[in-house]
Design a protein around this ligand. Sequence first.
Ligand SMILES: [Fe+2]
Length: 324
Amino acid sequence: MKNFAFILKKNKNSKQPSTFIPLYPLEPFNPATSALLINPPKYDIIISKHIALPIDHHSDYDILLLPGDLSYADLNQPSWDSYARLVEPLASSRPWMVTEGNHEIETIPLIESTPFKPYNTRYHMPYEESASPSNLFYSFDTADSAVHVLMLGSYTDFDASSDQFKWLQADLTKLDRSKTKWLFALIHAPWYNSNKAHQGDGEDMRKAMEETLYAARVDAVFAGHVHAYERFASVYNSKKDQCGPLHITIGDGGNREGLANKYIDPQPSISLFREASFGHGQLQVANGTHALWSWHRNDDDEAVVVDSVWIISLLSNPACQKKN
Ligand SMILES: [Fe+2]
């Protein structure tokens, strides 16, 4: 991160669930970091209660990660400005790392054929630093390179011949896993989704890239797009797999379209928790082997955890240390 100077700190408010049993020795890990994942507040809910809580309470996090659909401007350019004013208290004081959603495309038939012009202009992410040819996909390190985050693009080419795919392969090859204990990825359209909304939207990308993320032992994949929250088991190729990433849809930051509250029934066995409420997530990396994910409804107090899980790094799981 060349453009930010920040101190990584451990969130002191973290409380381990009573059911937590360490499976692996907790290694010293300093500095630790906590990162907040919050799907972006949308222009039309600036005055709503759904964004009031995150803005008021989320001042003590190190990094904010947003998996796309930012301002919902959809060609109404002043919305980009009002959105920026809304998030300025957060975005001006810590890294505000975004990847693009479908509402950032902003093309106009016969008039504007180049997608993502406002997004690329307003949100210049550090893609050059990660040797990416495009602002639409990049990566970055944090916590002294113990955490590597892949910010992938759901709305640019991702097949095996694409620039994004080639960059991803090269980026993963460069990792020193003796230093990089954690690998996370953000996408926009979820690869796993039991909500009736946006069924299959991420399927082509999943088919193209899932094997690569699996082989690299990506620990968790966070997605947006679906206006609800859902947490899956560790999954690979649509089946539970202890060496696959956890998949989490955190698309419930708020939007003008409302919540996506219709689910496929019965709930698939790989889907462990799902709820259509506005909310946000928090990822606290405790050390080199353990990270705590929690989901908070925006209607509740920040301290109220509705869903949480300790994530054990795949690198520390002996069964996952060799590529399958
Ligand atoms: Fe979307």
